[in-house]
Write a protein that binds this ligand. Structure first.
Ligand SMILES: C[S@@+](CC[C@H](N)C(=O)[O-])C[C@H]1O[C@@H](n2cnc3c(N)ncnc32)[C@H](O)[C@@H]1O
Length: 271
């Protein structure tokens, strides 16, 4: 983690500023501990990843998804490559979302960065600034960290929940999310958090599989077992976007055999 990143962070529970224990004066921190003086929690930094959650404390879908990705992270690259093949390939599938971001050399946050599948396309833009990625799965972040280190990209990684982002308000020039929100435990909370941390006037982009595809995935993951009424709501979460947001737009993405297999929801935080 870059030392300057500390200025962006806050406690995910109470949003109090954090302090770094054992200051060494180094410009990057791969190991250490962040401390919240208000709720007296501490968050470790291990192998360059800041841990804002304890996997044991996750519940509902979040627990199921974290377990799933911790087990199967090593197959994600190949699964993504194969799934995007019939839609024109991974580059097309990812850039049809990423091109909607208004990159201006500022800070970019990817909520649910996974093993970093979007990074090769994001980091090739001359307009990308510092990138920050958060995910609930440590295995995904560990694979992402390997990728980032091998390519020498400036990306800081955080283990945390989309529903409780460990960042101060108005911190990022672009915020985006791809491929996880259909099964978030609390979608409304996650959308509100993306809005909170985005800079006023910036665009927020959210994409995931269509409802039909999500139903197949939910059956495969047996997610209905972890809900009270046995139902997974994978509708486009446009109804969860506050009315105060500007330029709200929903588009079909990932077209195959004349049908869209995903949606992209974008909107602007008022300036
Ligand atoms: C299909 S992967 C997408 C990864 C990456 N965005 C991409 O496009 O390749 C979905 C990711 O969402 C993460 N995830 C699921 N629920 C989450 C939550 N509540 N908060 C943060 N990340 C979550 C999973 O761990 C997984 O890495």
């Amino acid at each position: 983690m870059k030392r300057s990143t500390l200025e962006l962070l806050c406690c995910p529970s109470c949003q109090t500023e954090l302090t770094l224990r054992d200051e060494s004066g180094n410009t990057t921190r791969n190991e250490g501990e962040l401390f919240c003086s208000h709720c007296e929690r501490s968050y470790i930094i291990e192998n360059g990843i800041v841990h804002f959650i304890d996997s044991q404390e996750l519940e509902g879908f979040n627990q199921r998804l974290a377990r799933f990705y911790n087990r199967f992270s090593r197959f994600e690259t190949i699964i993504d490559w194969l799934s995007f093949l019939p839609m024109g390939g991974e580059r097309k599938a990812r850039t049809e979302i990423l091109r909607r971001l208004e990159l201006n050399n500022g800070r970019v946050l990817e909520v649910s960065i996974g093993s970093g599948g979007n990074l090769p396309y994001l980091c090739e833009s001359p307009k990308v600034g510092d990138v920050y990625g958060l995910d609930i799965s440590l295995a995904q972040l560990t694979n992402c960290h390997k990728l980032v280190t091998s390519r020498g990209w400036s990306v800081d990684l955080f283990m945390g929940k989309a529903e409780e982002l460990p960042f101060k308000s108005d911190s990022f020039d672009s915020v985006f999310h791809i491929g996880g929100i259909n099964f978030f435990s609390e979608k409304k909370k996650a959308i509100d958090e993306m809005i909170r941390v985005a800079r006023p006037g910036s665009k927020i982009v959210i994409a995931d599989e269509s409802e039909q595809v999500a139903r197949v995935v939910a059956r495969f993951l047996r997610l209905s077992r972890s809900t009270q009424n046995n139902k997974v709501d994978a509708s486009v979460p446009v109804h969860l976007v506050p009315e105060t947001m500007k330029e709200i737009l929903v588009d079909g993405i990932w077209k195959m055999h004349g049908r869209y297999h995903g949606y992209c929801l974008e909107f602007r935080k008022p300036g």
